[in-house]
Design a protein around this ligand. Structure first.
Ligand SMILES: [Zn+2]
Length: 366
């Protein structure tokens, strides 16, 4: 997978590769961008480029082969979610006392260490940074450059302070990547010792043409829908659960229909009954609420006379019909009710009941 497989953010990629070419690659790099923007993909590609055994040039700039032993082993870490899942499982299998002292790492190459946030708090902990300090001052064994990739910027305070000490005196042969959805979370002193690169959202057209190649089984209207919903993040577009979304949207539409048009609740109760207790029901309910927000937002755009901004463009006719009965005040009241249901979920109120209440309340609001 050479750099030509990285989509979008052409200028940023060019700058990074140019620094590789001049052998002036920084010791600490912050890759900032939304979830799914390609931060991790890019960090792994750069780790490969720093260590490829058969380095090559494309477009006059350094590239990697994707085939040598270093490239291949680094690429084995590319499915971050699965690797994290395995690491968590391995830890769960340990004895209780060992479990407490074991921190999460992903390592598929001896000189490349990936540090994910450690559950259950999902933060980088001081013991994880300690592992970095213990190894970073030794020359790499099979690579040219030791690489550390922190996949999240939520650091416990002590962990952030330890990292800062490393950044004050990094060795010649090490590079640290900090991936961040919000680089403001990082200590200013960490930011000032790093070079920050922002990965921007791709345009709807860019995502659409990527999907045309990589998800040929999707119809044009489905691709256009996903391209809008993923907000320019290719990682989210690629792994988008279209079936799950379509199912949730069917339920959300039925709830809105019952509130705005039907005035009859059998259908509503039938749907809410399928939202049960437990973790699975929670995920399903959360997706329903997200979808309801997205439909309300579209109704707002239709009401405002800006139909080109709607996300659910494949069901424009249905939404237009609903929009005729939903004025601005109703939409605002409905959004408030949704927020109430979300709060109720955090207090573990029965989901089916709060969804019933939601459906009925929306009707009263109208
Ligand atoms: Zn290679």
């Amino acid at each position: 997978m050479p750099f030509s497989d990285f989509h979008g953010n052409v200028e940023t990629l060019h700058r990074l590769r140019d620094m590789l070419a001049r052998e002036r690659f920084p010791h600490a790099v912050i890759l900032a961008g939304a979830r799914g923007a390609g931060k991790y993909t890019l960090a792994l590609m750069l780790a490969q480029a720093l260590n490829c055994l058969n380095p090559r040039k494309t477009d006059g700039l350094p590239d990697f082969c994707g085939e040598c032993a270093n490239c291949r082993r680094i690429a084995q870490a590319s499915d971050l979610d699965s690797r994290c899942g395995e690491a968590v499982e391995a830890r769960e299998a340990l004895r209780e006392t060992d479990k407490k002292e074991t921190r999460l790492f992903i390592q598929t190459h001896p000189d490349v260490l990936i540090i994910p946030p450690d559950p259950p708090q999902m933060m980088i902990k001081v013991d994880q940074v300690r592992r970095v300090i213990e190894t970073i001052y030794y020359r790499p064994s099979e690579a040219r450059e030791r690489v550390y990739i922190f996949t999240d910027s939520a650091f416990m305070k002590e962990a952030a302070n330890s990292l800062l000490k490393v950044l004050e005196e990094p060795p010649e042969f090490a590079t640290i990547f900090l991936l961040s959805e919000n680089s403001g979370e990082l200590l200013p002193t960490i930011r000032s010792r790093s070079m920050i690169f922002q990965l921007e959202a791709l345009t709807v057209d860019e995502v659409d043409s990527y999907l045309a190649k990589h998800r040929p089984e999707w119809k044009a209207a489905q691709r256009a829908l996903v391209a809008r919903l993923c907000e320019g993040a290719l990682g989210r577009a690629r792994s988008f659960d279209l079936d799950g979304y379509t199912a949730a949207r069917g339920d959300a539409l039925a709830i809105l229909n019952s509130a705005l048009l039907a005035g009859e609740h059998t259908q509503l109760f039938k749907i809410t009954e399928t939202y049960r207790a437990g973790a699975e029901g929670r995920d399903k309910t959360e997706q329903l609420l997200r979808t309801l927000y997205s439909l309300l937002r579209d109704l707002m755009f239709l009401g405002a006379g800006t139909p080109e901004l709607i996300h659910n463009s494949d069901i424009r006719n249905q939404l237009t019909k609903l929009a005729e009965s939903a004025d601005f005040e109703w939409i605002t009241a409905a959004s408030d009710r949704l927020a109430e249901v979300e709060r109720g979920m955090r207090r573990n109120l029965l989901r089916s009941l709060s969804l019933d209440a939601l459906g009925l309340a929306l009707e009263k609001a109208g």
